[in-house]
Write a protein that binds this ligand. Structure first.
Ligand code: UDX
Ligand code: UDX
Length: 450
């Protein structure tokens, strides 16, 4: 067995994870491959114009690219040369057939399994990095080992990194999870995978389980986090109706050690590629095993999230004298959270579409996500994309702050006020601005949950 690693899929997960694995394992060659040639070209670009933005990522890639980290489109060669194959291809929600809108579309994943099998010239350990519905590893193992000349052992090693903090999360993970078959070959493969992480992660933080537990744990962990966000957002609506302040409520709830303070920030709802997809996967799984009440329970988490964006728009329209038609509304932030250019499932997208239905004129600004925003909203009329916040605000009736970019509170809000139409409204859906200071300037201010 050689120590070399290939990762199929050079996305938000594959790229940063392999960069850190290469950094911490200088004696291993790590090759990241992808079918998307322009993505690989970007990973290889001489000026390090990487395809994804992630704080600290460029420094790691600068250190290891060409040393022991390589990006390539030659999947066949990479699979042949490595004994450990990570699979980090995307698994979008199915848009057709059984389980449409709910189950994962596993066609890329299956094609990848068949490719690995086709190119392999020896035994391999195949490690799922993508979040997959429970028992996918078993299916993968069946495909790989059916009439195969070589032995494939399939492990599940779900990634818990969050975007925007990927490098820190990878360097200092709360835990690394490795699931594998509980037989001799499986346990040996688990040890091989543990060794990759043990170069920098304390051993007691590397948790091993059976494969199904690992797969289910990832879905369950994301469902729990998403559930906290929906729970506090459900309380936010009640606060608005009754005069309580959701940030105060959250602070006190979070002071209870049993609950803890994290993931209790009310806002425009969760976005990102994982939460909705994983919760819906869980719903689908529950349904398929006849656990209808459990399915309904988890489905509520997604419904609550969608409701939050509808609530934001109805409140805004109500506050703008029941019409936003032809009014200019500036969305500050389009990424699903700060420190990323990722706009997958971003609440700003849903809000933009609801406002477009009301015939608002939209100006969208974001320091990292404008290219993605342009692509996502290509079908909408009357939208301008403006990197400069002051230009975005020019002539606007309202600013709706959607993403908690760190520099937003430090903008010159007096200058923003001066360029807007009056009465100028700010809807801070992240509760990150100084509302009293804004009111002193002359703004009308709306917050979530107050
Ligand atoms: C991850 C996980 O893999 C997914 O399960 C998780 O739930 C969401 O995030 P991510 O890295 O964010 O995926 O996805 P993406 O940035 O879309 O990257 C996947 C890459 O795989 C793409 O660059 C795509 O071109 C590549 N790919 C896809 C292949 O190389 N081969 C394929 O057959 C399919
Ligand atoms: C998440 C998980 O955290 C990570 O472990 C998993 O691997 C992938 O999914 P990510 O989607 O990158 O990571 O971001 P995260 O920081 O978890 O935020 C998800 C969404 O919830 C964002 O839209 C964020 O703004 C929102 N959120 C988070 C809140 O609205 N309130 C909070 O208190 C926390």
């Amino acid at each position: 067995m050689n120590r070399n690693i290939v990762c199929i899929g050079a996305g938000y997960i594959g790229g940063p994870t392999m960069a850190v694995i290469a950094k911490m394992n200088p004696d291993r060659k790590v090759v990241v491959v992808d079918i998307n040639a322009s993505r690989i070209e970007a990973w290889n670009s001489p000026d390090f114009a990487l395809p994804i933005y992630e704080p600290g990522l460029v420094d790691v890639v600068k250190e290891v690219r060409g040393r022991n980290l390589f990006f390539s489109t030659d999947i066949a060669a990479a699979v042949r040369e490595c004994d450990i194959v990570f699979v980090g291809v995307n698994t979008p929600t199915k848009t057709f057939g059984r389980g449409a809108g709910m189950a994962s579309d596993l066609q890329y994943w299956e094609a990848t399994a068949r490719e690995i099998k086709g190119y392999a010239e020896g035994d391999k350990i195949v490690i799922e990095k993508s979040t997959l519905p429970v028992r996918t590893a078993a299916a993968m193992e069946a495909i790989l080992n059916d009439h195969a000349a070589h032995r494939f052992t399939v492990l599940s090693n779900p990634e818990f990194l969050a975007e925007g903090t990927a490098i820190r999360d990878l360097l200092e993970p709360d835990r690394v999870l490795i699931g594998g078959p509980q037989d001799e070959a499986g346990l040996a493969a688990i040890e091989e995978a543990v060794a990759i992480y043990a170069t920098w992660v304390p051993r007691e933080r590397i948790l091993t389980t059976n494969v199904w537990s690992a797969e289910l744990t990832k879905l369950a962990a994301n469902a729990f986090l998403a559930q906290r966000v929906s729970s506090i957002n459900a309380i936010a609506g009640l606060c608005e109706a009754t005069g309580a302040d959701v940030d105060e409520v959250a602070r006190v709830i979070g002071a209870d050690k049993r609950i803890g303070p994290k993931f209790l920030k009310a806002g425009p709802g969760f976005g990102g590629s994982c939460f909705k997809k994983d919760v819906l996967n869980l719903v689908y799984l529950c349904e398929s095993f006849g656990l209808h009440t459990a399915a309904e329970y988890w489905h509520g988490v997604v419904k609550m999230n969608e409701h939050q964006q509808e609530r934001i728009v109805s409140r805004l329209v109500r506050e703008m004298f029941n019409t936003v038609a032809n009014k200019r509304i500036a969305l500050f932030g389009f990424a699903f959270k700060s420190d990323t250019g990722d706009t997958r499932e971003t609440p700003a997208g849903a809000v933009a579409r609801l406002l477009a239905e009301e015939h608002a004129r939209l100006a969208i600004t974001d320091p990292k996500a404008l290219p993605n925003a342009r692509r996502d909203l290509a079908d909408l009329q009357d939208v301008v994309f403006e990197p400069d916040e002051y230009k975005a605000a020019e002539g606007a009736d309202a600013i709706v702050l959607m993403t908690d970019w760190r520099h937003y509170p430090a903008l010159d809000w007096r200058r923003l006020y001066d360029v807007m139409r009056k009465p100028a409204l700010v809807f801070d859906t992240r509760n990150c601005l100084d509302a009293a200071a804004l009111r002193a300037i002359g703004f009308r201010v709306l917050n979530i949950g107050k």
